[in-house]
Design a protein around this ligand. Structure first.
Ligand code: HDE
Length: 680
């Protein structure tokens, strides 16, 4: 496998820390060569092990301390390197250096994550996904620590520990892992109704993404851009994936969890290895400060979106991920993000959720990374120099020279010197603030349901169906009937028929009153509006004995030219030979592959196949069909589809003319799912 080092300052910096052990003599950590690494030192061949065996002691001690605490949330994550470029100067909006010059490529490191599960949990669970980006800019690190959902469960950071306690496995029995489908989570939701909007998103297709490469990212909070003249505007950050926003279906997601718990990391890793570098465009929504109170939501409320139809997303640049990490622990695990890592030109708003996050992120690293010097870890180090009077602490690596470590001083000519804003010193935006100290929530934060209804109104019929099913699944796992009833009653404030359908599914009293008079919708919220491309979609090609190899070759070539990847599935590994002598290497057998691991299937079959082959192929066809995936068939496969009653349905492609067939199949693959299919 290649791990091409794209030239940039961060990659060069990391290079200095890399060690290659291949072909080297083995030594202790002190550099003493080791002569034996299989047997501990003993008094006699059967005797006790001796304390003086320094090599054994050192090796075992190191191993005993190899694990560090996992992240309190977002423990399961995967990351990659890349770069960001702005399309044109953003001078009007911000003075941030990395947003001025389109020829500047800023190195980035991006970590995607699930929220609830432990470090070893499955990746296709229903959950919010983290989307954290560290920009290594010339003015210091800027971290955009976002999610794939644009709103959040709570409005004030003081409630975060409660939310997470309710979400994580229940403390008395440690269950369930990586799932919100349990009593405490839904008890929290019903009793903290500011979460209504986010609960709708969490039950939508957004929380079971097909791939990290096919998710949007959102900064969630309102930030500020400040330009050189000191003019500030409210902004929200968006990442828009070039491949569009696409999801799994729930049954598929659950099955993938068993078949391949690493499904999302595998997908990202292989895309980068194959040179299919994933790309996202960065967008910003901008609200002028003077328009702060012109909307029917408070711009500081993190449970609200700014509908894109009212506040358009201005696309300002592009990020490409182009290099996998060399070492998951050193990079992905040790990276420390913080929404408070900002650069001049980017500032905060008074969103009370953001304000609390500004405290939490450094604090958590002190436990997780063992002290205050985690900024010195290679992955966390800025690419620009950093100088101050901070000293010492656990694991300090920098050797600061000189006598002086305080400000102000005369012995070092009063250096290091704070820089004036004109010379690049960070200047906090001088917002006028006044008020009484109060422990309360602003009245303007009190509408919890209008945008939840707007979200529902914006969904297509299949998306609405998925949300209804998701609520019914999750609440169906809730043991306490009163909690189930409370959630259904809460849903009645969002949409009465949703609440009634869920009530029927889970056996609680169906609300008769309620409903919402909000008719507003925001079409941009539906994933149906997304990009549909065949690029990097993966299909399973089921190939038996005695088939027309020439035709298969031609079809696969045509699909490949559209960016579609295919894997040959056979009964056993080895070569699968066609009647015409053309042979294809089997990449997976029915034992090692499964229809849920592919975006579509292509049934070729063969004149003479075993009963087992036919029944395995049937299982693939029926499962792909029930997951609304594209299915293509040629040769013997066409007959099989007919026999199984699958031919003629939406997204099921057959045809005599192989050129025409390949074109139509490619189109069906680009459509991803065929929702109008009648499920048998
Ligand atoms: Fe986080 N969050 N969070 N969060 N968060 C953490 O920091 C926290 C919130 C997000 O890949 C922790 O280093 C509080 C919103 C991501 O390393 C911790 C509050 C959003 C990641 C923490 C929030 C996020 C974290 C755990 C409420 C979307 C993974 C480990 C005020 C905008 C970063 C760590 C990575 C991680 C606290 C809410 C995104 C404990 C107190 C809203 C993507 O510090």
């Amino acid at each position: 496998m290649t791990n091409k080092n794209h030239e940039n300052e961060k990659n060069e910096q990391l290079e200095q820390h890399k060690v290659d052990d291949h072909g080297k003599d083995m030594t202790t950590n002190q550099g003493t060569k080791v002569s034996e690494d299989e047997f501990s030192l003993k008094a006699g061949a059967r005797g006790p092990t001796l304390m003086e065996d320094f090599h054994f002691r050192e090796k075992m001690t190191h191993f005993d301390h190899e694990r560090i605490p996992e992240r309190a949330v977002h423990a399961r994550g995967y990351a990659a390197h890349g770069e960001f470029e702005v399309y044109e100067s953003m001078k009007e909006l911000t003075s941030a250096h990395f947003l001025q010059d389109p020829s500047v490529k800023t190195p980035v490191f991006v970590r995607f994550s699930t929220v609830a599960g432990s470090k070893g949990s499955s990746e296709t669970v229903r959950d919010v996904r983290g989307f954290s980006t560290k920009f290594y800019t010339q003015e210091g690190n800027f971290d955009l620590v976002g999610n794939n959902i644009p709103v959040f469960f709570i409005q004030d950071a003081i409630k975060f520990p409660d939310l997470v306690h309710a979400l994580k496995p229940e403390p008395h029995n440690g269950m369930p892992q990586a799932a919100s489908a349990h009593d405490t989570f839904w008890d929290f939701i019903a009793n903290n109704q500011e979460s209504a909007h986010m609960a709708m998103w969490a039950m939508s297709d957004r929380s079971i993404p097909r791939s990290f490469r096919m998710m949007e990212g959102f900064g969630v909070h309102t930030f500020r851009f400040v330009n050189e003249e000191g003019k500030a505007r409210f902004i929200k950050f968006h990442w828009k994936p070039k491949l569009g926003v696409h999801s799994l279906v729930w049954d598929e997601a659950q099955k993938i969890s068993g078949k391949d718990a690493d499904f999302h990391r595998g997908d990202l890793y292989m895309a980068i290895e194959n040179g299919d570098y994933p790309e996202w465009e960065l967008g910003v929504q901008v609200i002028e400060e003077e328009d702060e109170f012109k909307f029917d939501f408070d711009v500081l409320d993190p449970t609200k979106v700014w509908p894109e139809e009212e506040v358009p997303v201005k696309i300002i640049g592009k990020m490409t991920l182009n290099r996998n990490v060399d070492n998951v622990f050193a990079e992905t695990e040790q990276v420390a993000f913080h929404p408070g890592h900002v650069v001049p030109g980017i500032d905060f708003s008074n969103d009370p959720l953001l304000q609390g996050r500004l405290f939490s992120y450094t604090d958590t690293q002190l436990t997780r990374l063992g002290g205050p010097n985690f900024h010195e870890l290679p992955i966390n180090k800025p690419v620009c120099p950093f100088h101050n009077n901070q000293r010492d602490g656990m694991h300090r690596q920098t050797i600061n020279r000189g006598q002086v470590a305080y400000h102000k001083n005369s012995l070092a000519q009063n250096t290091p010197t704070p820089a004036a804003p004109e010379a690049g010193g960070y200047k906090h935006y001088e917002e006028k603030v006044e008020g009484r100290k109060v422990r309360s929530r602003s009245e303007s934060f009190k509408d919890h349901f209008s945008q939840a209804t707007m979200f529902w109104n914006s969904m297509s019929e299949p998306e609405k169906g998925h949300i209804t099913q998701a609520f019914s699944f999750e609440l169906g796992k809730v043991g306490d009937e009163s909690v189930r009833q409370q959630v259904v009653d809460m849903l009645a404030n969002i949409n009465l028929s949703l609440a009634q359908e869920v009530a029927n599914n889970i056996g609680v009293k169906s609300p008769e009153e309620g409903g919402s008079n909000v008719t507003k919708s925001s079409p941009a919220l539906s994933q149906m509006q997304s990009n549909y491309k065949p690029d990097t979609r993966k299909i399973a090609v089921l190939v038996g004995e005695d088939f027309d190899g020439g035709e298969l070759e031609q079809i696969l070539e045509s699909l490949k030219s559209d960016g579609i990847q295919s894997a040959i599935i056979g009964e056993t590994f080895g070569e699968q030979k066609g009647k015409d002598g053309k042979s294809f290497e089997v990449q997976h057998t029915f034992l090692t592959a499964d229809s849920v691991l592919f975006d579509g299937i292509f049934v070729v079959g063969g004149e003479s196949v075993s009963k087992k082959f036919r029944s395995d192929a049937n299982a693939f066809m029926h499962e792909a069909f029930s997951h609304f995936k594209p299915i293509g068939a040629s040769q013997k496969g066409t007959e099989w589809l007919k026999e199984e009653g699958l031919a003629g349905h939406a997204g099921v492609i057959t045809g005599e003319d192989s050129t025409q067939f390949a074109k139509e199949f490619s189109k069906a693959i680009a459509a991803h799912r065929h929702w109008d299919r009648q499920i048998l």
